[in-house]
Design a binder for this molecule. Structure first.
Ligand SMILES: C[S@@+](CC[C@H](N)C(=O)[O-])C[C@H]1O[C@@H](n2cnc3c(N)ncnc32)[C@H](O)[C@@H]1O
Length: 381
């Protein structure tokens, strides 16, 4: 079965379980404890809030849009879902989704409910003043909560690739949740963290001792810092005007706490050892290095591998075995091979890990994502 189908079926099963509860007249007799136990977010809601491609969103067999109640139910599990009203998805994405629903309702010669039209007009107005940033929310089944991130809708924006969540980040996060024990109680550093999905999920699910998010690009660091605060600040979170975040100056390192995990956001440029040395002086030795979708540009491979080497040698000197897990979306085979050759040159041993499918988060099946476990070959180094 293709991976994408398996993914959908997995979530459909969860949806039907919840839907039975919602539609069942006996719902009132279900105690809150039972209700909580059985509650699962629907596949449609999960896909919608994470901004999955509209072609993957289907309400067929789930809600009956030929009735006003069906249309309202669809609206409340997507556009008017609490998470979306609090942290709105891109207005153009919402507009296109509503257009798809309205077209479908009209094609069955049914009346379109007023709430649907009102929402469409609101999105139309909003979409005309397009904002660079909006939100995506990723559902974590283990804690039944959303991880919400401010993201750009453009892959290459302000001269960086770091303002959106890449495939590798989702695969890495998924793998870490399934292998939680490897990260619990560990001191973790992430390289090229972008806007933070993998790290935020690892902190929420795996209970590490410390987690240092790093990147080098000013704008990426500001959005990363905002996203970490959004998910870990003890203050109530509100939707913030992104110009405020981008115009404010950011003092690094910036620190947060989640349970017993010390979290920091800091700057490391792989081409400049000064940043790395300063972070290591501050945070000490690391047990784990994480990185997702950082192998995409041949010119930075050498410095990236050198950074891995520097962190691992410091750990080695402190008798700590540091392990790196690097998720690579293979867009160009030569770039991937170059990364593997550089690892061998710098005395690393590496192996490809098995990735479980379906992934918990929607991933575009176009690119193969490989996950490498990398350690220093201490006999050679
Ligand atoms: C394709 S993005 C991946 C972001 C994130 N890990 C993800 O998977 O969503 C690559 C990231 O590497 C960072 N990066 C690129 N060159 C870098 C360098 N020389 N030093 C540190 N980070 C760098 C970028 O700022 C960007 O955030």
């Amino acid at each position: 079965m293709p991976a994408s189908n398996a993914w959908n079926i997995n979530y459909l099963t969860l949806f039907f379980k919840r839907d039975l509860l919602l539609c069942n007249e006996h719902l009132v007799s279900v105690t809150m404890a039972e209700y909580d136990e059985s509650w699962r977010e629907s596949d449609l809601t999960v896909l919608f809030l994470s901004g999955a491609p509209l072609k993957n969103l289907s309400w067929e067999g789930i809600v009956d849009i030929s009735t006003v109640q069906g249309q309202e139910k669809l609206l409340h599990s997507t556009i008017l879902h609490n998470t979306c009203t609090q942290f709105p998805l891109d207005a153009e994405y919402r507009r296109k989704f509503l257009k798809k629903v309205i077209d479908a309702v009209e094609s069955c010669n049914t009346e379109v409910c007023e709430e649907l039209y009102t929402s469409y007009v609101d999105c139309l107005t909003e979409a005309s003043t397009k904002s660079e940033f909006s939100y995506k929310s990723y559902y974590l089944h283990s804690i039944r909560k959303y991880v919400t991130l401010m993201e750009s809708s453009i892959f290459l924006c302000s001269g960086t690739t770091g303002l959106t969540t890449w495939q590798g980040a989702k695969v890495l996060a998924d793998w870490c949740i399934r292998n939680k024990a490897l990260f619990t109680n560990k001191r973790i550093i992430e390289l090229g963290a972008g806007i933070g999905l993998s790290g935020i999920i690892v902190v929420k699910s795996c209970d590490p001792l410390s987690y240092v998010f790093t990147d080098y690009h000013d704008k990426v660091l500001k959005i990363l810092n905002y996203n970490v605060g959004l998910n870990f600040s003890e203050l109530p979170v509100i939707h913030t005007d992104n110009s405020e975040i981008l115009n404010d100056s950011l003092m690094l390192p910036s620190r947060f706490v989640s349970g017993r995990t010390d979290i920091s956001v800091d700057r490391i440029d792989w081409t400049d050892e000064y940043g790395l040395n300063a972070v290591m002086k501050d945070s000490g030795v690391f047990d784990v290095i994480l990185a997702a979708d950082v192998v995409f540009e041949p010119s930075i491979i050498c410095s990236l591998v050198q950074t891995l080497s520097n962190i691992m040698h410091v750990a080695n000197q402190a008798n700590t075995r540091c392990v790196a897990y690097v998720a690579v979306a293979v867009r160009n085979r030569e770039t991937f091979n170059q990364f593997c050759e550089e690892l061998t040159l710098k005395s690393f041993q590496f192996q490809e890990l098995e990735i479980s499918l379906p992934c918990m988060f929607y991933i575009d099946p176009i690119f193969t994502v490989k996950l490498l476990k990398i350690v220093l070959d201490t006999m050679k180094s």
